[in-house]
Design a protein around this ligand. Structure first.
Ligand code: NAP
Length: 335
């Protein structure tokens, strides 16, 4: 019998997420039952801040949070058995593997990994977060050459791709993150012209100094006080891209929105728009082609940071929420 190790949601977090909210179990690996099914071996999964909103119940698209189910997550997997003419044993695919060794997938839910680029990119720059950066910035934010683009959680998976894409479009990119080390990385490696720590005592004046011409596009990954502060730096006819609210996920009592809405939006004619990347699914392939071109030309460098082993997935998630990641966090499960 082939063993299938699984990380299950043992309890929903009360306050901050803890490793003890998860438990690991072993079951028999699933088997194929019907035409169109494919047995997948998980090789690597990605962990993103947005899944914390799913556990909180604030991500309506994810449904109500549940316990005693395998933790959800996207991964790159290898096809082990196939009842589909479209997939052969050994193919690499991207799918909702969850935090487990094996899963049975419907062939029409699988995306084949093209072999001309590192497969790990399909979890970052060519995956959900890369597409989120792309459509959020370009379609919702509509940056124009010479404008200032400000991004929060700037050293994270979505954020470090937003700043680099902004630079590709000829904008001045300014990143917000936590530590001086991450601030330096934003400038040295992630396309930012300036960076600011939201933890510094003079965040307000540092943000003003980093954006001498004001902000035309604010890509908001955090909400909370950072959104409140950024709102006050917006130029007339600016755009605020509401991507996520990571500052309010890891808690049972999220704070309300900042002051200044709608007054500031009215007076400065600011457009503030939320979006979900899934709305752009029909355009994913075209976007991936463009992003792949940027990676191959060296215009965009995606960063991944790695944990090793399925058992490490809960600690990788807890650490990410505390700001431990630089770029896209991935957990390697098998060779
Ligand atoms: N709209 C969509 O379709 C869509 C799709 C995917 C993701 N998202 C959203 O995109 C955002 C970024 O996701 P990601 O996967 O790229 O995560 P991420 O940025 O890689 O990881 C989370 C980062 O958030 C920062 N953070 C944690 N707590 C914070 C706090 N209290 N205040 C400020 N920053 C805090 C930490 O960095 P620091 O060191 O900077 O604190 C941490 O590294 C999330 O809000 C997610 O929900 C939206």
């Amino acid at each position: 019998m082939t063993e299938n190790r699984q990380v299950l949601i043992d309890s929903l977090p009360n306050g901050k997420l803890a490793e003890s909210n998860y438990r690991m179990e072993s079951a028999a690996a699933p088997t194929l039952q019907a035409d169109g099914e494919v047995l997948c071996r998980t090789l690597v999964v990605t962990i993103g801040a947005g899944t914390r909103a799913g556990l909180q119940g604030s991500a309506s698209y994810a449904g109500a949070p549940q316990t005693n189910i395998v933790m959800n997550g996207t991964g790159v997997a290898r096809v082990e058995q196939s009842n589909s003419a479209d997939f052969s044993v050994g193919d690499l695919v991207v799918c909702s593997t969850g935090w487990q060794d094996y899963s049975v997938q419907q062939a029409n839910q699988l995306n084949k990994v093209q072999d001309d680029i590192d497969p790990a990119h399909y979890l970052g720059a060519l995956g959900t977060n890369g597409l989120t950066a792309y459509f959020g910035l370009l379609t919702v934010g509509q940056p124009k050459e010479g404008e200032t683009v400000l991004v929060s959680a700037g050293a994270g998976s979505v954020g470090h791709l937003v700043s680099q894409m902004a630079r590709i479009k000829g904008c001045q990119a300014v990143g917000i993150t936590s530590t001086p080390e991450k601030c330096q990385l934003l400038i040295d490696k992630m396309g930012c012209h300036a960076s600011v720590s939201y933890k510094s005592e003079d965040f307000r004046s540092a943000l003003k100094e980093a954006c001498p011409n004001g902000v035309d596009v604010y890509f908001d990954n955090t909400g909370g006080d950072i959104l409140g502060m950024s709102l006050r730096r917006m130029n007339t006819h600016g755009r605020i891209v509401c991507c996520g609210v990571v500052s309010q996920y890891d808690t049972s009592s999220p704070a309300g929105g900042p002051s200044g809405i709608p007054g500031l939006l009215v007076n400065k004619r600011i457009r503030m728009q939320g979006f979900l990347v899934f709305d752009y699914a029909a355009q994913y392939e075209a976007a991936r082609t463009e992003i792949k071109g940027w990676i191959k030309s060296g215009a965009l460098t995606p960063y991944n940071d790695e944990f090793n082993g399925l058992a490490q997935a809960p600690s990788a998630f807890v650490d990410l929420l505390a700001g431990g990641n630089v770029g896209t966090r991935i957990v390697r499960i098998a060779e």
